[in-house]
Design a protein around this ligand. Structure first.
Ligand SMILES: NC(=O)c1ccc[n+]([C@@H]2O[C@H](COP(=O)([O-])OP(=O)(O)OC[C@H]3O[C@@H](n4cnc5c(N)ncnc54)[C@H](OP(=O)(O)O)[C@@H]3O)[C@@H](O)[C@H]2O)c1
Length: 389
């Protein structure tokens, strides 16, 4: 029985992780949960899975939850401190981090600093602080287990073939909902269109990241840290069916791939059960039904965000943290209809190129950069919108 802490339990990944737990009651036990604002769903999860501790975003939320859960033996905490407690909960053996965005960085560090294995969905934490997180994990003997389907695929392929003769990693991208939109149409894309992903049903932020291809850029940086590989050896190709989740190529030209339906419960299950494999009670791959698998090159002119990720890694230091902050600002401005879709790459470019990178060795440095870039871009773009209206 593996004891789990799940951060972001009310989100897309969190809910699917709990489905996996529900399907394997003899393999997993939930001891701690954390979420932000969706108190009703969290309360239901607490009643079903009976964790010992639970954290919510705000003190008022914690108070409300206490009233709803009166009589249940659960400790209720809140805010950053609560997230930290759930991330390093002594009774947990494995932490699943599925909080969206930069809010995941401190809990990721808390988890690895407590020596616990971390199943990582929150790629933003690795993008912001890859060097720090991986070195702390190595120092404390904590494993970083990928949850992202692409990285799970690479991880599984490497389990089979080892990495001594690895030549390159090929990340697949669905291409997102706007893959076939001409460039001149992008400025008028609405949040509803961009949120309508063809193959994956995910949280809003990652769905917009998929539409801009920034998600693939973040994944290139994630791969750099998870697999300790130069990004020059990480390629991206578009595969609209989302069946081949990624590939690795060896020096002799042999290519290994991992295939499964586009269902996050499989990579979640593998991260939770690793190094074992458990039965997957959900639909499995039927290649005859899929029929054909197609591949195409990324259009880097229409979707420049991918290039910004390579650029951020080349600059190094705090540049990826600046890229991540700029992207989070851009996505929020777009979802609030304060900028149009074609302006998202412009905000990211401004955040990245306007930033003077520093070493990024300490958490304080990284958080300072995150704050500075957010403040500067939010102000600049809100002023621009005000002037234009
Ligand atoms: N969804 C996918 O299929 C998928 C695939 C690969 C990787 N990922 C990665 O997994 C992460 C989560 O994605 P998602 O799609 O599951 O996002 P999501 O549906 O938006 O869920 C985010 C979760 O984080 C919680 N949360 C947000 N801010 C918080 C804070 N400050 N304190 C505590 N909890 C907070 C939310 O709580 P409330 O809702 O209660 O406010 C929710 O439970 C992202 O980094 C994403 O890139 C997702």
């Amino acid at each position: 029985m593996k004891r789990l802490s799940i951060l972001g339990s009310t989100g897309s990944i969190g809910v699917q992780a709990l489905e996996v737990v529900r399907a394997h009651p003899d393999a997993f036990q939930v001891v701690a949960l954390a979420a932000g604002r969706r108190l009703d769903l969290l309360a239901e999860q607490v009643r079903e899975f009976r964790p010992q501790v639970v954290s919510v975003g705000k003190p008022e939320g914690a108070q409300e939850l206490k009233e709803w859960l009166r009589g249940l033996p659960v400790k209720i905490c809140f805010g950053e401190e609560g997230l930290g407690e759930v991330a390093a909960y002594p009774d947990a053996q494995l932490i699943l981090l599925a909080v969206v965005g930069a809010a995941g960085l401190k809990p990721a560090l808390a988890a690895v600093r407590s020596g616990k294995d971390l199943a990582l969905a929150t790629k933003e934490a690795l993008v912001m602080a890859g060097a720090l997180l991986t070195s702390e994990a190595t120092a404390r003997g904590a494993k970083l287990l990928p949850v992202d389907s692409e990285h799970s695929a690479i991880f599984q392929c490497l389990e089979g073939g080892g990495r001594a003769a690895l030549k390159r990693i090929i990340l697949t991208a669905s291409g997102g909902p706007l893959r076939q939109y001409p460039k001149e149409r992008l400025a008028s894309v609405t949040p509803e269109e961009a949120l309508n992903h063809p193959t994956w049903n995910m949280g809003k932020k990652i769905t917009i990241d998929s539409a801009t291809l920034m998600n693939k850029g973040l994944e290139v940086i994630e791969a750099r840290w998870l697999f300790d590989i130069d990004v020059k050896r990480v390629d991206v190709i578009v595969h609209p069916q989302s069946i081949v989740h990624s590939l690795i190529e060896y020096v002799d030209g042999s290519v290994l791939a991992q295939l499964s339906p586009p269902d996050m419960r499989l990579p979640i299950l593998y991260a939770l059960s690793y190094p074992d494999r458990l039965e997957h009670p959900f639909p499995t791959l039927d290649l005859l039904q899929v029929g054909s698998l197609t591949f195409e090159a990324v259009d880097r002119e229409r979707f420049p965000c991918l290039e910004y990720a390579y650029e951020a890694v080349a600059v190094g230091g705090t540049a990826p943290a600046a890229l991540n902050a700029a992207n989070e600002v851009a996505v929020e401005l777009f979802l609030n209809r304060e900028i149009n879709f074609a302006q998202i790459p412009q905000v990211i470019e401004a955040g990245l190129r306007g930033h003077r990178s520093r070493s990024g060795e300490s958490l304080q440095d990284i958080l300072a950069v995150d704050r500075e870039v957010r403040e500067e871009l939010s102000q600049t773009y809100r002023d621009k919108v005000r002037q234009a209206s």
